[in-house]
Every structure is written in C-alpha cells, then in structure tokens.
Design a protein around this ligand. Sequence first.
Ligand code: C5P
Length: 227
Amino acid sequence: MKLCVALDLPSAKENLDLAKILKSEDIWLKIGLRSYIRDGKPLLEKLKAISPHFKLFLDLKIHDIPNTMADAAESMANLGVDMFNIHASSGKKAMSMVMDRLSGVQNPPLVLAVTALTSFDESSFAAIYGESIDNKVSQFSKDAYESGLNGVVCSVFESNLIKNSTTKNFLTLTPGIRPFGESAGDQKRVADLVTAKNEQSDFIVVGRPIYQSNDPLGVTQKILENI
Ligand code: C5P
C-alpha cells in the first residue's frame, strides 16, 4: 500500500513547504484542479526538484470526447506525472483511446478511472445515471478494466468488491482515510488504516490528518510504519 498526500493547501508556497517537510519520505503527492489551475507545470517541477522520491498524481478527472481526452492524456504524460485520472463515465471508447495514445509514450503514467464521485447520494446519482451507485461502480470498474486502465478511484468500502470483479492487480485508490480515527471533517464514509488494508486498497489518499497536524512529518512516518 502506498501513501498519497493531498496537497490541498491554499497556496503554492504552503504546498511546497509541506513537500519540503516530507521530502525524506517515499510518498505520492496528489495535485488537484485548484492547485494545478493556479500553479501549473512550475509547481510539478518544483515538487520533483524537492525530492526524487516523490511520485506525482495529477487529479484533474478528465472527461471529454475521446479524441480530446487522448490529446489531454498525452499532454499529461509529457508533464512527467506518474499517475492521472479520467472519468469512467466518458465511456469505453474514450478510455481505450487514452490507453492507446499512451502506448506510444516512454514510461507512461498510471491511469485511474473515477467511478462515482462521493458527493452523490443515491437519489442525486440516480438522477444522472439511472442506477444505484453500487451497480454503476461495478460496471464502471469493469469498463475501465476492459479498456486497459490501471485501476480506479473508489471508496475504500468498494475496493475488495472491485478486485473480485476484475483482478487483484487492478489498482484501487481510496480517499476518505482517517489513519488513526482522526476527525472526519466533511467526509461521510471514512476508514482507518486497518480497514484500508483489509480492503486491499493500493493507494490511500490522506489530506487534512497530515497537513492540519502540528507534526505532519511525524504523522506521515507513523502512517508509513503502519502500511
Ligand atoms: O483532507 P482529506 O484527507 O479528506 O482529503 C481527501 C482528498 O481526496 C481531497 O483532495 C479530496 O478532494 C479527494 N477526494 C475525496 N473523495 C473522492 C475523490 C477525491 O475526498 N471521492
């Protein structure tokens, strides 16, 4: 299991300061829409310069027509990131075209599919997709697997289920982790490290329990010792 730290701080400086504190650790860093739109490629370069151990996950959740997605995938690969994500609801053709395009790239990044955004409840989800979240997550995961993606972003409670319906090696990346039972904040369904391990999550995403702590390095090291 790998630890992915969410760089969700309000400025590039604060994100870079956190990265400097964590530079000795073998971790992934998640850069989301807000940070990437604001700070762009220079932020990625500065993070890589802080530590060669860092792996970068660009969390932009791409969703567009197949050709545009394949172009965007190539651009993201050229940024030198180690992983990015796209929406499974963009469809199998778009997902396959993304993977085809990356087959021509040296050291292609891992590609994950977003299944169901956790901000949906059953009724708001059904209003768009016309199905239950569970059914659709299974179908999206199968679609992503058959399209050659490396894995999915999902709730920790769906990880085992997804592996059972695809393969053990199909990666799951799970946000909403409160490693040692910290405050959930706005997350609805949180899980600790023991649960994430039992659910065979490959990547856990942790934000606030690290960057809001008085000792981000200490918390990070404690998580790494326990995974
Ligand atoms: O601070 P916290 O650990 O809750 O941060 C979780 C990170 O994972 C945030 O960047 C959040 O946007 C992201 N995320 C999530 N749930 C999803 C997808 C992404 O919490 N379903």
